[in-house]
Design a protein around this ligand. Structure first.
Ligand code: SF4
Ligand code: SF4
Length: 95
């Protein structure tokens, strides 16, 4: 299910999303299939199909599920520790 907010914070204020390393990605599409929130999609560029992070904020905060299914280890996320710190700061600012 898509989260519009996370612990009361608008989802788009939280910098958590998958990052594709195009030096490794082989455009197999496993991540597109795997993520039920449709964070990934295909894009056609110069006649070539490639996988993109089309909806970064559809990614569930602190989920890393797709990292393990990528056959070439091309997916990463920002630091969870740093993101938790940002969330705490945003929560404090809202009080
Ligand atoms: S699973 Fe990995 S290699 Fe396959 S399209 Fe996604 S990022 Fe690229
Ligand atoms: S970490 Fe989870 S929610 Fe985020 S893009 Fe990957 S599978 Fe989707």
């Amino acid at each position: 299910m898509l989260e519009k907010t996370y612990r009361g914070i608008p989802r788009e204020e939280i910098p958590w999303y998958p990052i594709i390393d195009y030096g490794k990605c082989v455009a197999c599409g496993k991540c597109v299939e795997f993520c039920h929130n449709h964070a990934f999609d295909f894009e056609e560029r110069e006649g070539k199909k490639r996988t993109v992070v089309k909806n970064p904020y559809h990614c569930v905060v602190l989920c890393r599920g797709c990292e393990g299914i990528c056959p070439v280890g091309a997916i990463s996320h920002p630091s969870a520790e740093k993101t938790r710190r940002i969330i705490r700061k945003l929560k404090r600012a809202k009080k």
